[in-house]
Design a protein around this ligand. Structure first.
Ligand code: HEM
Ligand code: HEM
Length: 512
């Protein structure tokens, strides 16, 4: 069994990520309700739209996603380097600092202290805390890499190193940290800085940490090597060279220099190079193992996330063209795109990774396989409703406005879509609650339901699973009265007892 202390920093970040997911998606739900019931929660200043929206946006991006991705990096770097994290104490200090920054940033936003620049709303003092924490995390990670016993640098290590080399700089420049009073420049120049940052927080933070995680988890779960290291490195360098010039595609309808827009549009097309390199690599790695997506819920979350990454990038290239952007920019379409990106690809990835990691960092099993499976289907259903309503709304708004039909007339027709968005979002919010329920039950009670008789260490490392033969209760919906048998590390429902034809899972389905 893995030593609990060994992953204590990763664990702290992972728990925090789950906590923030519940808090900040609740704010998203409040904002969504306000779209069709503006009087909801009255006019209490800290619950008004203008304050709750940035609390939601910064909260889900920094609180939930970034915290989860840092936890994942703290877990995978030592494993890929063949040693322990350089300092778990420093790791825990960074977790405390990071969480304090998120909590106080949110309170300050609620009180009206903001830099009023999207994704960069936290004020200067919070920026300092975040930047300092990023530097300390980077230090811890680079020290671990410097002391590695594994000579070869696996591709995920490249991506994580690249992230911690570039992102602190992006954060400093993008938040205009040399102007503490405002955290901004003036006029259109500030918009260029804001979107240099706004885009690179996506490209050089979420994307690079996310790809590192996919490249680590997918091969290890399906127990096959990555198809091509060359493709992954092509992806790495094309991200580094192409992403940095793309911020202008958020400003195609703004008065910034035309050449900057052209650079952004061309680079937006070129961004498909790393995306295609990634999805080809993942697809070819998965050859012959596609059934694992059905059988292993954490992998299912992660793979759907990877597929959404491809989808959102194809959508992005399309909407980065000048003509399409002019049509789509002023409605809910980009908000749909933003959720497909951050909730769809990276949200699914982080959630799958949390499910994969919890048994490994706590030494206990997941509370309920069934709940985890429900969680997945709730998430997908909620997300489809959520995304479809925003995309449809965007198309209706854009069509109407291009024909000079005013906002007021449209609002009534859009109301059902706003309601569906809130309901779909509520499904997503409910999944946050599901995820948060999994852990407390699991850790406080140390329960082993669903996979009785199988200890987490059985899953800790696939290499160690050889030769086991385990009996237990099947976690499947209709197989639940049956027994599972595990031979050579593959856990199967006993075929003779499974009610064939009724169950969505084949007899013999691997449970994890
Ligand atoms: C080839 C890849 C991509 C391209 C070309 C692209 C293009 C675009 C464009 C043109 C916009 C501006 C839409 C508008 O306001 O009119 C946009 C917005 C956005 N994109 Fe992408 N995108 C890509 C991939 C991604 C990925 C991978 C992420 C997540 C990491 C992402 C996250 C976002 C977000 C959050 C916004 C909303 C920004 C805002 O608040 O206005 N995109 N994208
Ligand atoms: C982890 C999950 C989530 C992530 C990563 C996320 C991310 C984001 C981002 C990046 C934006 C800014 C979009 C833009 O300006 O283009 C945003 C806005 C918003 N989000 Fe979320 N979100 C999540 C969950 C939710 C949920 C569950 C709801 C609830 C229904 C929700 C409702 C909203 C609303 C209403 C807005 C404002 C849209 C607007 O101003 O037009 N989000 N979210």
């Amino acid at each position: 069994m893995e030593n609990e202390k060994e992953h204590s920093s990763a664990k702290l970040f992972i728990y925090s990520s789950i906590f923030w997911l519940v808090i900040f998606t609740t704010f998203g739900f409040i904002v969504a309700v306000k779209f069709f019931a503006p009087e909801f929660l009255g006019d209490t200043s800290f619950l008004t739209f203008g304050r709750v929206r940035p609390m939601h946006v910064n909260g889900v991006t920094f609180g939930f996603l970034s915290t989860g991705l840092i936890g994942i990096s703290y877990y995978i770097i030592p494993r890929l380097c063949g040693n322990k994290l350089y300092s778990e104490t420093l790791g825990k200090i960074t977790a405390v600092l990071w969480n304090l920054a998120i909590a106080s940033g949110t309170v300050l936003l609620a009180l009206g202290y903001t830099q009023a620049r999207e994704y960069a709303e936290y004020i200067w003092v919070i920026d300092v805390a975040i930047l300092l924490t990023l530097l300390l995390i980077g230090y811890n990670i680079f020290q671990t890499i410097a002391r590695r016993t594994e000579r070869k640098l696996y591709t995920s290590v490249w991506y994580i190193m690249g992230t911690f080399l570039t992102f602190p700089l992006v954060y400093f420049v993008g938040n205009v940290m040399w102007h503490p009073e405002t955290g901004s420049l003036q006029g259109a120049v500030d918009a260029v800085f804001n979107w240099f940052y706004g885009h690179n927080v996506l490209g050089l933070w979420f994307t690079t940490l996310g790809i590192a995680a996919w490249y680590y988890f997918i091969p290890i779960i399906i127990r096959r090597p990555l198809y091509s290291h060359l493709l992954s490195i092509i992806g790495f360098f094309s991200i580094v060279f192409v992403y940095t010039g793309v911020g202008g595609h958020h400003l195609l309808q703004a008065p910034i220099p035309e050449w900057l827009k052209t650079v952004a549009v061309v680079n937006s097309g070129l961004m498909m190079i790393p995306v295609l390199a990634f999805i080809t690599n993942v697809g070819l790695t998965m050859r012959g193992s596609w059934n694992s997506i059905v059988e292993k819920v954490p992998l299912r979350f992660m793979f759907i996330g990877a597929f959404f990454y491809f989808l959102v990038s194809a959508q992005g290239t399309f909407q980065a063209l000048r003509e399409t952007n002019m049509f789509l920019h002023f409605g809910q379409w980009p908000v749909g795109h933003a959720h497909l990106a951050l909730l769809g690809c990276f949200g699914f990835l982080v959630m799958g990774a949390i499910y994969y990691l919890i048994p490994r960092i706590t030494g206990k099993e997941i509370y309920s396989q069934r709940l985890m499976n429900y969680h997945f289907w709730f998430t997908i259903l909620g997300f489809i409703l959520f995304f479809a309503s925003m995309t449809n709304m965007g198309l209706i708004q854009s069509s109407a406005w291009s024909r000079n039909i005013g906002v007021a007339i449209l609002l009534l027709q859009l109301k059902p879509f706003f309601i569906v968005r809130a309901l779909g979002g509520r499904h997503n919010h409910r999944r946050a609650v599901h995820l948060s329920l999994q852990y407390p039950f699991d850790s406080l009670e140390g329960r082993t339901s669903g996979t009785k008789g199988i200890t987490a260490s059985r899953y800790a490392d696939y290499g160690r699973e050889e030769g086991g033969r385990i009996q237990g209760e099947c976690p499947g919906l209709c197989h639940r009265w049956n027994r599972i048998v595990s031979i050579n590390g593959v856990h199967r429902c006993s075929p003779s007892l499974s009610p064939d034809g009724l169950c969505p899972f084949r007899p013999g389905t691997s449970i994890y």
